[in-house]
Design a binder for this molecule. Structure first.
Ligand code: 13P
Length: 288
């Protein structure tokens, strides 16, 4: 029977020993299989996360949990898997806790800071009573809107949220989701340093796709233990699928190139390969 690890020991070890574990967004069945396969083939722990939008697309949080668990059983997955809600609002976080996700992110960045704080505390209390891990966000980590930089999180807020007992903290340090604009100014290391000195829980780097490797590695050396990846795999999938179609393999009727199991295969395999490369440079160690 599939078991979901809450990841607390894994991420604490990652922060202490200066490596990161990837947090990979799933969008459908193919994504789930591709990500579990890369984790199994490298024998490394993995965090599988689903956004509210992707969960809605797939049929809801219960469907996602059952699908991931059933795939783990079907694939005989033995590495630790954390099942995590990504950027959940309050209701989504409560629902996923009740469904048995092993980790949830409550993203209250749109709320006034006092309300974000109060709701985060409620989520922490309920989650911890069930052994579930909680990630909070401070400082908005937005989408690419052609700004040169994302927001910077406040160090005092970081201290206050850590004191609430959150297990991981996502802090804006200039990072943004999606494809980075040409004029992006890079990660703000002085702010990361201040936050990392102030709190010793694992820090989370959202918008991990497209940040130069040397910057991600530097952030990991300073306290980032979880790196979130979505766009990177969307691009890998898109490139491989485009190649398949440009080579007109979908038009090959003899080989049934139009069969979705064939049409989706190159993209799915590209995700696994891209993830294995990432595991290598994030420094995620194999399970002993
Ligand atoms: P990217 O899509 O930029 O990789 O961001 C993923 C993420 O941070 C999910 O929370």
């Amino acid at each position: 029977m599939a078991y979901f690890d809450n990841g607390n020991a894994l991420f604490a070890d990652a922060r202490k020993n200066h490596y990161a574990i990837g947090a990979y967004n799933i969008n459908n069945l193919e994504w789930t299989r591709a990500i579990l396969r890369a984790a199994a083939e490298t024998n490394t722990p993995v965090l599988v996360q689903v956004s509210m939008g992707a969960a809605k697309y797939m049929g809801g949080y219960k469907f996602v949990k059952d699908m991931v668990a059933d795939q783990m059983d079907a694939m005989d997955i033995t590495v630790p898997v954390v099942l995590h809600l990504d950027h959940g609002d309050y209701d989504a976080a409560i629902e996923c806790i009740n469904l048995g996700y092993s980790s949830v992110m409550f993203d209250g960045h749109k709320l006034p800071i006092e309300e974000n704080y109060a709701k985060t505390k409620k989520v922490v209390d309920l989650a911890h009573s069930r052994g579930i891990s909680v990630e909070a966000e401070i400082g908005k980590i937005g989408e690419n809107q052609d700004t040169g930089s994302g927001e910077l999180a406040d160090v005092e807020d970081a201290k206050a949220f850590a004191a609430l007992g959150v297990d991981k903290l996502a802090c804006g340090i200039g990072n943004i989701h999606g494809i980075y604009p040409e004029n992006w100014q890079g990660l703000n290391f002085p702010r990361l340093q201040e936050i990392a000195y102030a709190i010793d829980i694992p820090l989370v780097l959202h918008g991990g796709s497209g940040i130069p490797q040397d910057q991600v590695k530097k952030a990991i050396s300073m306290g980032v233990a979880k790196v979130n990846i979505n766009t990177e795999f969307q691009l890998a999938f898109q490139e491989a699928t485009r190649r398949y179609i440009e080579e007109q393999q979908d038009l090959n009727k003899d080989k049934k190139g139009y069969d979705p199991r064939k049409l989706l295969l190159p993209g799915t395999e590209a995700i696994t390969e891209r993830m294995k490369e990432m595991i290598d440079w994030l420094g995620t160690p194999a399970i002993a």
